[in-house]
Design a protein around this ligand. Structure first.
Ligand code: TAP
Length: 478
């Protein structure tokens, strides 16, 4: 692996994005200070440079934003679907027009490689708005009977791993169905949501339809708790998801939860090895493994274990870790010091419990938060690295002999979000996929997304589906 900054970088220019020194909350169409004047700083995880000072919402701001969303709901929900669609199409087009700026911004605030924000995040964000814009005037034909109704005010809480994409997954279906929104981005990645607020203004979206509350977990909790919120949509850790489920129990609030995962990527002995290696790499090292549906458990058929692992290690030594704004970078920074500490602790546990650790040889930059791509072999099902979500660039390798054993091991998890199958046999793909308790099963590929496909989990990975026609249901009174 090339060391971080040893080659002449060709970075995407920072100058394409103009970051102000400070940002307010976005309530009722205006940027405003928090009621108690509190602020926090957002930093670039690749350099620890402070990017901007951000208003920190408290309970009073949550109340203000929910009131604005409630007021806007009356008119917004009464608009014909075709009118709501026009706003969503306009937002989608502005996202496309400003995608270079947004990609650089997201890379700066999150730490992920520009190649990913440019080629994956931003196109998917725009596609999501285009897709749900198309549904806005066709809700009567969505299979929920005539005249399905919006729920009201949606309180949405999102994580830091795909800040704009998670925003799109939440806001696009909510607006298409006639709801209004109060969204809280993660504390470490507030910037792209604030730029999105500016896009709402540019699109002429009526005031109060979208409100953005930057802040910490307490603001998220206050939003979930607010009595005038009708729908709670959350993506994040299983621990917080469980707390939210308890908070809304016994209320009339509708909830969708998209939580953690420990996806199994199953490679059979007839799989094309080179193709499988590429799929394994994108399955666990895309976005530094900070992906809820990451293929973080590799289940490999015993007879090809050594060949596959040798080939995987060779491939990992070619990955470039470093400046996320460099278009040649494959592995960017970990999102925060806290996340790096979690990954480090879990990886150390793997070693302490007896799994064999191998890391791609690379020099980590002095500033910022970095973790080298890491493999654990000789992993057994009881090992922590085979059970807990690491949410980092760490792959645990287990073996199996028969398809039934592969299915049993894949399903032996508290989670059930994603899985992958690599084999030449179509019949085996169908047979195995039908037995896997995973919301998404990819065959001979991994981490492919499309706004038309529903996404969501079984077991402790949450409930409800986002994306596709199914994604409308969470925002409608059906
Ligand atoms: P969470 O703590 O779950 O954060 C997700 C979002 O919820 C953030 O906006 C967070 O705000 C907010 N939040 C925190 N406590 C809350 C509460 N009591 N009520 C309502 N909202 C609350 O996740 P994290 O700390 O960023 O990451 C921890 C672990 O979660 C990771 O290691 C990973 O395993 C998992 N994770 C999973 C996913 C997906 S996509 N499934 C995404 C991110 C993380 P703050 O940012 O201010 O804390």
């Amino acid at each position: 692996m090339a060391s971080a900054f040893e080659y002449a970088p060709a970075p995407e220019s920072r100058s394409v994005v103009d970051i102000a020194p400070s940002y307010g909350l976005f309530i009722d169409g205006e940027f405003t200070d928090a009621a108690d004047g509190k602020v926090f700083k957002t930093v670039s995880p690749a350099s620890e440079e402070v990017l901007a000072e951000i208003a920190q919402a408290g309970a009073a701001d949550v109340d203000r934003a929910v009131k604005a969303a409630r007021k806007a709901f009356e008119k917004w929900s009464a608009l014909p679907g075709s009118e709501r669609a026009k706003y969503l199409f306009r937002i989608a087009r502005i996202i496309q027009e400003r995608s270079r700026e947004l990609a650089v911004l997201e890379t700066l605030d999150n730490g992920k490689p520009i190649r990913e924000t440019r080629d994956a995040d931003l196109p998917l964000v725009a596609a999501h708005f285009f897709y749900y814009a198309g549904w806005a005037d066709k809700l009567d034909h969505a299979g929920y009977g005539a005249n399905p109704r919006p729920l009201g005010v949606a309180g949405q809480v999102i994580p830091w791993n795909f800040p704009l994409m998670m925003l799109a997954w939440k806001i696009a279906p909510a607006l298409a169905t006639g709801n209004t929104v109060v969204l809280k981005p993660a504390q470490t990645t507030p910037l792209s949501a604030l730029f999105f607020a500016d896009i709402c203004r540019q699109a002429g979206l009526p005031k109060g339809v979208v409100n953005i509350l930057t802040g910490y977990g307490d603001a998220g909790a206050a939003l979930v708790e607010h009595p005038d919120v009708n729908k709670v949509a959350f993506t994040g850790s299983t621990a917080v998801g469980k707390a939210i489920a308890r908070q809304v129990a016994g209320t009339s609030k509708k909830v969708t939860l998209e939580l953690g995962g420990k996806g199994a990527n199953i490679v059979f002995d007839d799989a094309p090895i080179d193709q499988a290696v590429e799929g394994i790499v994108s399955g666990i090292f895309f976005n530094q493994g900070q992906v809820c549906c990451a293929g973080s458990r590799l289940l490999v058929q015993e007879s090809i274990h050594d060949e596959l692992i040798d080939s995987l290690k060779r491939r990992l030594t070619t990955l470039r870790l470093g400046d996320p704004l460099d278009k040649n970078t494959d592995i960017g920074a970990i999102n925060s010091a806290e996340q790096l500490a979690r990954i480090t602790a879990l990886a150390d546990t793997g070693e302490a419990e007896g799994a064999e650790r191998w890391s791609a040889p690379c020099e980590l930059p002095n500033a910022g938060y970095w973790f080298a791509p890491t493999l654990f072999t000789n992993v057994s099902q009881s090992h922590t690295v085979a059970r807990d979500e690491i949410f980092g660039p760490v792959l645990s390798v287990l073996t199996f002999r028969t398809p039934d054993e592969a299915v049993a091991k894949a399903n032996n998890s508290q989670y059930g979000l994603s899985a992958g199958i690599w084999t030449e046999k179509g019949s085996r793909i169908l047979a195995v996929a039908n037995k896997l308790r995973a919301g998404v099963v990819w065959a001979n590929t991994f981490n492919k997304f499309d706004p038309t496909s529903p996404f969501g989990g079984y077991k402790e990975s949450g409930f409800g589906r986002e994306g596709g026609r199914h994604g409308l249901e969470g925002y409608l009174d059906v």
